[in-house]
Design a protein around this ligand. Structure first.
Ligand SMILES: NC(=O)c1ccc[n+]([C@@H]2O[C@H](COP(=O)([O-])OP(=O)(O)OC[C@H]3O[C@@H](n4cnc5c(N)ncnc54)[C@H](OP(=O)(O)O)[C@@H]3O)[C@@H](O)[C@H]2O)c1
Length: 344
């Protein structure tokens, strides 16, 4: 069996130049794996999938935390480094695969016009990059809200550095890319305005505006990144409500119930949480197809995912690394990138 080795630069060159067709391949692979993980009880019982809880070690001297996230699936076994078919530098993968999972929901949205991101690190960059790759033609404004101005400016500069032909192909050249930081003149008032705008999620029917809220930051019972009222609005709605959906989407039920502080604190039980793999199975969708062609459980659910207030909470799982890393190796082999060791 050949073995492929991808350096950080090679990983970045693939991800930075991703085409819509390659993104489609990544999304299909991930959504299929998540779908099987969430719905194929037999595969879990057979031992085809193992998704052990992550192990976390803190170094009291440096304050650094190291997470070990193993995963076993049909594609092989991985602990960030995908073994059996290749070694991939994991630097860029974590943020990419987290945004890739979010992008499976973003892909189902109708028109996306206004994107607000809190934070300006790697997660912010990849969430923005994949959002623009998929919905660039309709996005009119991107606002990055961050504690420090330099990081916020840097993430916008990184987006601005995307080649003009790629931006024009994706259609987001006219979009306004803006940063809001404590150094901005009138910061407090502007922040209040943006938060008030975000608040229309509480009054969606009155305002006629809805949101996809993606929360990937908190990962311990003490951390909370979403207000309780927001979670309860979705969780308390009827389950065939086409606006609030009656559920919160999570990447892993087990992980979120034990690690996501806001879900634990709001006491949202498993009956009101639905795994991402249960709602996105892109294998059912022909490439480039619209949501109207998608077979979903109910019309109301399809409407909710496309037009409603959708909250997605992610704590991450090793299966995402395994699947995204495995597909990255496939793309690298297709384009002849990486060091290939035949007959490894
Ligand atoms: N769900 C998942 O699977 C998954 C996977 C990976 C990471 N994550 C989470 O995603 C989040 C972002 O990760 P990343 O890789 O993008 O990190 P990163 O590149 O280090 O960026 C961190 C961002 O958070 C801001 N920040 C840090 N501490 C802050 C504080 N005390 N107050 C306000 N802002 C603060 C930083 O602002 P400054 O520029 O001002 O420093 C920066 O914008 C983290 O919470 C991480 O745990 C989730």
């Amino acid at each position: 069996m050949p073995l492929t080795i991808l350096t950080n630069d090679q990983v970045k060159s693939i991800l930075e130049n991703l085409t819509l067709a390659q993104l489609d391949g990544f999304q299909r692979n991930l959504s299929k794996a998540l779908h099987e993980y969430s719905t194929d009880v037999k595969a879990v019982q057979d031992g085809t999938y193992h998704q052990p809880q992550r192990t976390s070690y803190g170094n009291p001297q440096t304050g650094a935390t190291t997470l070990f996230m193993p995963s076993v699936g049909p594609a092989g076994m991985g602990v960030k480094v995908v073994t059996a078919t290749g070694f991939v530098n994991a630097g860029a993968i974590t943020a990419f695969r987290t945004a890739l999972a979010s992008s499976c929901l973003l892909r189902l949205r109708g028109t996306v016009q206004d994107i607000v991101v809190f934070g300006a690190g790697k997660q912010a960059y990849w969430h923005l990059r994949l959002a623009l790759l998929q919905h660039g033609a309709t996005v009119s404004r991107v606002t990055v809200i961050n504690r420090s101005e330099s990081t916020a400016r840097q993430v916008l500069a990184d987006l601005g550095a995307v080649a003009p032909e790629i931006r024009s192909r994706e259609g987001w050249q006219p979009a306004v890319l803006d940063a809001l930081t404590p150094d901005t003149v009138g910061y407090a008032g502007l922040l209040q305005t943006r938060l008030r705008e975000a608040d229309v999620i509480f009054a969606a029917r009155r305002q006629g505006k809805t949101r996809l809220v993606v929360a990937v930051g908190s990962y311990t019972p003490d951390m909370r990144e979403l207000p309780q009222e927001l979670l309860l609005q979705s969780a308390k709605a009827s389950q065939d409500d086409p606006i609030d959906g009656g559920a919160i989407i999570v990447d892993t039920l087990e992980g979120v119930l034990s690690e996501a502080g806001e879900i634990i604190h709001a006491k949202v039980g498993p009956s009101r949480l639905v795994e991402l793999g249960e709602v996105v199975d892109l294998d059912q969708i022909p490439q480039g197809a619209s949501l109207a062609e998608v077979r979903t459980k109910t019309e109301a659910r399809a409407h909710w995912l496309r037009n409603g207030n959708v909250i997605y909470k992610s704590v991450g799982l090793g299966l995402m690394d395994l699947t995204a890393g495995g597909y990255l190796l496939q793309v690298a082999n297709d384009i002849g990138l990486g060091t290939r060791v035949e007959d490894f």
